[in-house]
Design a protein around this ligand. Structure first.
Ligand SMILES: *[C@@H]1O[C@H](CO)[C@@H](O)[C@H](O)[C@H]1NC(C)=O
Ligand SMILES: *[C@@H]1O[C@H](CO)[C@@H](O)[C@H](O)[C@H]1NC(C)=O
Ligand SMILES: *[C@@H]1O[C@H](CO)[C@@H](O)[C@H](O)[C@H]1NC(C)=O
Ligand SMILES: *[C@@H]1O[C@H](CO)[C@@H](O)[C@H](O)[C@H]1NC(C)=O
Ligand SMILES: *[C@@H]1O[C@H](CO)[C@@H](O)[C@H](O)[C@H]1NC(C)=O
Length: 227
């Protein structure tokens, strides 16, 4: 007897469940549409949802690139100074042992009315097309229309640079090292509640290190920006 009542109650519960499935307040979304193609009424609703969705996407994309058009953040090298230079020359073996420490200051400028979230920045230095040293600047966030400045110390160790065949003549004969500093900035600008736009910017600086008097001379930078 007890078992019987239990099972009949179960049936009632199942019916209630299935009737609530057919109820009006069932919500649809784009994902559901893939599975409900066979039913005519559902198909109409799905078509409507898809159209509305497409219209919304197109409109907001146009708005984002016109009205809310993102402005490009920039990355600049404010200054770079030579903190330490240690040179020893082994003239007999045409070998140079060279450690360089530089202090730099970088600024990231956000021109948007929204905050800018950037990924790690890893400025690095090349000599003769070969990377010889880098430094890590951790990711962060910059408020609307502000500029942040970050300081770094970049160390170039002798073993990273000594394999270059031009090093000896550059140091001993010319007394001048031509270095290139690269900085790449990647991040997102949150335009409004719904949209984030990815932005890339980069900057390249030519530096001339005068070995004789230990100065960094005539730096010139170029920035390249990508949306
Ligand atoms: C450069 O640094 C390395 C490691 O600290 C050291 O062994 C070497 O003597 C340094 N070279 C010079 C010229 O100071
Ligand atoms: C270079 O940076 C180091 C570490 O941040 C600091 O101790 C040193 O005073 C700086 N040197 C100059 C000349 O600013
Ligand atoms: C960066 O270094 C400059 C001096 O070179 C100093 O005035 C400034 O306060 C430093 N900024 C940070 C964030 O450490
Ligand atoms: C270092 O030497 C170069 C020429 O070799 C010169 O142009 C520069 O002014 C010198 N810098 C300093 C600080 O003496
Ligand atoms: C920087 O100085 C080096 C060596 O004096 C020279 O070859 C180069 O043309 C200079 N670059 C600029 C942009 O003035």
């Amino acid at each position: 007897m007890i078992e019987h009542t239990n099972s009949s109650r179960r049936i009632i519960e199942m019916e209630m469940e299935s009737s609530s499935n057919l109820g009006e307040n069932r919500s649809y979304n784009v994902e559901d549409c893939k599975y409900t193609r066979r039913h005519k009424r559902k198909r109409k609703i799905c078509m409507f949802i898809l159209c509305a969705y497409m219209l919304f996407t197109i409109t907001s994309t146009i708005l984002n690139f016109t009205v809310f058009r993102p402005k490009r953040p920039t990355i600049n090298l404010n200054s770079i100074t030579l903190e330490d230079l240690a040179v020893s020359v082994d003239a007999a073996r045409f070998k140079v042992n060279l450690n360089i420490t530089m202090n730099g200051s970088v600024s990231v400028e956000n021109h948007n009315r929204a905050s800018f979230q950037y990924e790690d920045i890893n400025p690095y230095i090349e000599y003769g097309g070969q990377e010889i040293g880098d430094v890590h600047i951790p990711a962060g966030k910059i408020g609307a229309r502000t500029t942040t400045t970050m300081n770094f110390t970049l160390i170039i160790m002798a073993n990273q640079i000594s394999s270059n065949p031009n090093l000896f003549s550059d140091v001993v004969e010319k007394g001048m090292l031509q270095l290139t500093l690269y900085m790449k900035l990647k991040g997102k600008v949150k335009l409004n509640v719904l949209f984030k736009i990815k932005i890339k910017a980069s900057s390249k600086c030519d530096l001339y290190l005068d070995i004789r008097n230990g100065t960094l001379a005539n730096q010139s930078c170029h920035s390249k920006i990508k949306l």
